[in-house]
Design a protein around this ligand. Sequence first.
Ligand SMILES: [Zn+2]
Length: 204
Amino acid sequence: MNAYPATSDFTAQEQTNEFIYSLSNNSLCGLEQIEKTDLHCHSGRSGSLHYLLKDKKITHILQPHRFESLNHMQQFYYDNVKKYFRCKKDGLQKRWEASLARTKDDNIKILVLSFTSSKIKFVGGIQPFIKIIDQLHAKYAHNTIFLPELSFERTCNIDLEFEFLDEILEQNWFKSIDICNDEFAQPIERFKKIFTKAKEYSLR
Ligand SMILES: [Zn+2]
C-alpha cells in the first residue's frame, strides 16, 4: 500500500509527459505547475529570491548566467541574500518562511525540509521552534505533506549537540536526520552516537 494518499487528479503518465514537454521547452512556468516531491531541501536557503527581497524593496539583482562552482553559488548567496538576513532570529525566520512559501508556488506535495540543530536555540529552544514552523506550515503549505529533518553541521561540537538530542527528539516531530556542510571538518565516525540515538527514536 502506498504510504501517502494520491495528491492529484492527473495520472502519473500525464504528469510525466507534461514534465518532459516543459523541460524540453525551457518552461519554468510549466515545471512549476507539475506536482513534485522534494526529498532534500535546506530550510535556510530554499526560498525564492523574489519572495525574500521584495520586502527589502530590492527589485533587481544581477544573477550570473550560470554558476561556475558550488563556491560561486555560495558567494552569490552571501552577497545577495544572507547579508540582508543576518539577524539570527528575525532573518532566520524570514528565510524559513520563504522556504515554506515557495512550496505552494513550486507545487511541492511532499517536502523534506532540513533544519540545522544549532539554529533551534536561536528561537528559544525546541518548543518555540516547533510552534514557529508549524504555524508557517499551516499558513503557507498546509496542502503539503511535511517531513521535517534535523541536520547537523559537520563542524558542530558533537558532545554539546548530543546533550540536547533527547530533548529535541522526545517531541517526536523530526522524521529524519542529516549531516551538512564541510565534509572534511571531522570524521563521520564521530557522529555514530547521534545516529544511534536517532535510530532509537525511529528517525530515518
Ligand atoms: Zn544538503
